[in-house]
Design a protein around this ligand. Sequence first.
Ligand code: GLU
Length: 446
Amino acid sequence: MKKITRTYLNHLYERFDARFDGQEEFIQAVHSFLESVAPVLDRHPHWRDANLTEALLYPERLISFKVKWLDDKGTLRINQGYRIQFNGELGPYKGGLRFDPSVTPSVISFLGFEQTFKNALTGLPIGSGKGGADFDPSEASEDEIRRFSEAFISELAHHIGEDRDVPAGDVGVGSREISYFARRYEDIHATSSPGTFTGKPPGRNGLKGREEATGYGLIYFVEEMLRHQETGLEGKRIAVSGAGNVSLHAMQKAKDKGGIIVACSDSSGMITNNDGLDIEAVRKTKEKGGSLKDLADGTKTITYQSDSGAIWQVKADIALPCAMENELKEDDAKTLITNGISLVAEGANMPCTPDAIMAFLQNDVLFGPGKASNAGGVVASVFEMAQAKEQIPWTFEKTDEHLERQMTEIYRRCQDAANTYGDGKNLDQGANIAGFLRILEASADS
Ligand code: GLU
């Protein structure tokens, strides 16, 4: 990095860190992003001189609100809700809502920041947003989840809309919650507005294939990475963390393409089967609200361990972290490397720590960064927005076909930027740079 770029970045950090003091996740995300896009500032001093880079680091607004709701005993409960409208340069704010006790302004800000470059990288006309609440759905009954969802969206209803801000789901928010949001939103505004939320159930103006899109998109991206190495998924041994929407569909698609799913995990533990897991059985168990442990009972070929993190000790060719941020740390990366891993691609948002990513890159393990490899969800959300405007339902096949094409394009953008600004091996840097350039160009034009 040139000295002048180093000095510029240090100035940005000084101001940024003071402004967001204590917001560790946000500060970490901004620093590692800027370090990786530094070659752009070295090569194109005007982006540095115009200081557009600094403007991209700060969210346009963070809406923070109290959510009051009644639990099953009739007791009044209070949670904190957020929506960050990070960057509206390229279109309506777009990004998911997360219900999880770990939600804080710092977490929402870092996710909104990441979403900015993910959405820019898709090449589609969407800005970036994120939101959620520190509400724990795993501790709530179905009725409580409905009451909470309605109370949450009542507070947010005046800040969103199909041309303004279009939320979707994320951790702890699926099509059921989106349906509660949409109904309540439409009641409040006395309108019909199929374009205000994405991730709706297909039977209620949702998009066929939206649910599968993040997991399928991850596999399409992995296929492109492998194609670049002149190989494919056939016969590859794959470990997938998480047993939610993303991981279940990724496992199914990878299996359809000839991959062998040797391990998967949920919050209760992990299971392995050297001959390949029965994904349909995993899906049925999870749908019934069961845990992976239930699958181990009674079968000898499946082994169960109560430590979910042990999944990274499995011998595999490909690892797909699809659970939560920072779930795969440096030690896990080293174990995977020792065991001969050749490709890691993120299905969740930032599941690999920066040290883990560094270890993969230094050891020539192909690494697919989440903002590219898991972009299939938000890509399909844009199809859902188009469907709402066109008022003509898309078929599952149409969604799937367009998704595959978009994921190939996203891969190409990352690879091109990695070639132009580095040795072509660092797709993490490629993804950051490709997203950064699109948004810089858009900001410079405005
Ligand atoms: N929550 C997903 C993501 O992280 C989807 C966002 C959306 O569809 O708006 O990209």
